[in-house]
Design a protein around this ligand. Sequence first.
Ligand SMILES: NC(=O)C1=CN([C@@H]2O[C@H](COP(=O)(O)OP(=O)(O)OC[C@H]3O[C@@H](n4cnc5c(N)ncnc54)[C@H](OP(=O)(O)O)[C@@H]3O)[C@@H](O)[C@H]2O)C=CC1
Ligand SMILES: Nc1nc2c(ncn2[C@@H]2O[C@H](COP(=O)(O)O)[C@@H](O)[C@H]2O)c(=O)[nH]1
Ligand SMILES: [K+]
Length: 480
Amino acid sequence: MRFLNDLSPSYDLTYDDVFMVPNRSAVGSRLGVDLSAPDGTGTTIPLVVSNMTAIAGRRMAETVARRGGLVVIPQDIPLDVVADVTSWVKERDLVLDTPITLRPTQTVDEALSLLPKRAHGAGIVVDDKRRPVGIVTEHDLSGVDRFTQLSSVMSTELLVLSAGMDPREAFNTLDGAHRKLAPAVDAEGRLVGILTRKGALRATLYTPATDARGRLRIAAAVGVNGDVVGKAAQLLEAGVDTLVVDTAHGHQESMLSAVRAVRGLDPRVPVVAGNVVAAEGVRDLIEAGADIVKVGVGPGAMCTTRMMTGVGRPQFSAVLECAAEAARFGKHVWADGGVRHPRDVAMALAAGASNVMIGSWFAGTYESPGDLQQSADGRLYKESFGMASARAVRNRTSDESAYDRARKALFEEGISTSRMFLDPARPGVEDLIDSIIAGVRSSCTYAGAASLEEFARKAVVGIQSAAGYAEGKPLSSSWS
Ligand SMILES: NC(=O)C1=CN([C@@H]2O[C@H](COP(=O)(O)OP(=O)(O)OC[C@H]3O[C@@H](n4cnc5c(N)ncnc54)[C@H](OP(=O)(O)O)[C@@H]3O)[C@@H](O)[C@H]2O)C=CC1
Ligand SMILES: Nc1nc2c(ncn2[C@@H]2O[C@H](COP(=O)(O)O)[C@@H](O)[C@H]2O)c(=O)[nH]1
Ligand SMILES: [K+]
């Protein structure tokens, strides 16, 4: 990356402060850009979902990995649960979504509580041999008595796809039958998964992030307290594909010894450590054994660190400096936090990040773990909270003495509750991924880059005023 007209800024910048100018390009199509990260994590799109309890669970992990990103399971989740989630994710189909499976004797009420768990919005009713016998959508269930059994409301006119069908053919079959989705079955007619028209299309556009055995990838985090090596060893044993050693102040001695100890396990997966915002922190973490350094103090949407402490650094400059330092060692950085628009992902990649972490934005999707709620004005939302908030600290320290809990509760650096509204046009995480990846693909071709490495090299970045930024926003009504 170089600054436009070689003007180096005299102060630190964040994403909103910068813009890119186009370069002459020989990249003929946005779909021709290779977005796989060169950092060993196996992502085929440069997106990682933050290790936050309100965001990263099994459904998020499955859905995002199928499109080529990676989800980090938080350090607050018990290790046996992480092991379960890991093996569950690794059993998922690479094309078909996991169906919501119901029995004919279940009630409308039960179905309605399950439908919001998945963006596809349908439940497949199966017999005792797991063969589809009906399908229910919210439309079928609205206005029906909640105790009604599904057998009397389900639609039985089924279009059934065969699992393993070419996604393009499946798309054409669904389109031809004017269906939004259909169950897919194995040779014995047993339900394997569900495929939507959009899902079939996406299967032709994205490449899943898979391990050496062709199974979806997943990452998990450990903190720096307690038996870090023991926990890391158990996570590796459970089969996680990337290990994240994570704490607010990543440039502290206990972090460096934790990373050295984890490196001592000789993990055969990338080790990520953070968070830092300056070259010295990057150097020390890499020397301690990190393959990837996580960058960002204070930019997160749930984060109050900068307001509480004054500590942090505007994220674009932090990523730029840290990525340059990591590159000197042949290593990489992840840009962690502060992403609110697709352009922010592009700016982080231009600054040299190999992957970009997103938390709060993805909280407002069907796939985040929280319950779907409705505001007084009828908008759907999920609750999110920071991992250093009183709420998260209370959960994390529930086994500790009352005194220790009270002491830890003093250091609150995140908000405990926020409403993340679902965008009615993009309520699923894949809808947000579509929009981000379309933006990033286009950024790359504007820069004349066919890969992320080329993008970070060729991007030409200028500094803009607040008016310059405002000019870039669309206007949905007239201005005079
Ligand atoms: N990227 C960011 O800006 C931030 C991210 N977070 C996220 O919150 C989660 C919890 O992290 P964390 O609060 O580190 O909790 P952890 O449970 O990981 O513990 C942090 C350890 O570091 C010690 N410590 C020393 N100085 C600091 C400091 N300035 N801030 C925090 N801990 C310090 C703490 O000791 P003692 O308690 O005795 O001081 C404690 O032993 C993580 O997922 C982290 O990524 C949290 C804050 C900022
Ligand atoms: N200072 C705090 N930072 C937090 C907290 N919880 C999470 N985080 C960080 O934010 C990013 C996600 O950023 P977002 O803008 O996409 O939401 C996450 O990966 C952490 O680094 C917190 O309580 N305090
Ligand atoms: K913030």
